[in-house]
Ligand binder design. Structure first.
Ligand code: SF4
Length: 77
C-alpha cells in the first residue's frame, strides 16, 4: 500500500502518486504512458499528469495494480 506522506515531490497534485518505494522498473510507464514518467536520472517514476478521461483512469488503475513495489497510490490530494 503506497503512502501519501512518502510521495515524491515531482508528482502532479491529485489522486494518483508514486511514493518512495518505487524501484524504477518502468512498468507504469508502459501501462499508462500519458500519466507516468521517469525522472531525468531514471531513479523513479512519478505522476506527470492526473488521468483526464476514463481511458487514462483505467490505465492508471492498471498501473497501480501492476506495480511490483506497491508504490502507486490513489488516495492523494
Ligand atoms: S511500476 Fe511501480 S516500481 Fe515500477 S516504475 Fe512504476 S511506480 Fe516504480
Amino acid at each position: 500500500m503506497a503512502d501519501p506522506s512518502a510521495k515524491h515531490p515531482e508528482n502532479a497534485p491529485g489522486k494518483f502518486y508514486v511514493d518512495e518505494n518505487c524501484g524504477g522498473c518502468q512498468v507504469c510507464i508502459g501501462t499508462a504512458p500519458e500519466n507516468f514518467q521517469m525522472t531525468d536520472d531514471d531513479d523513479h517514476a512519478y505522476v506527470v499528469k492526473q488521468p483526464a478521461n476514463d481511458e487514462e483512469l483505467e490505465a492508471c488503475q492498471e498501473a497501480m495494480d501492476s506495480c511490483p513495489d506497491e508504490a502507486i497510490g490513489d488516495d492523494g490530494e
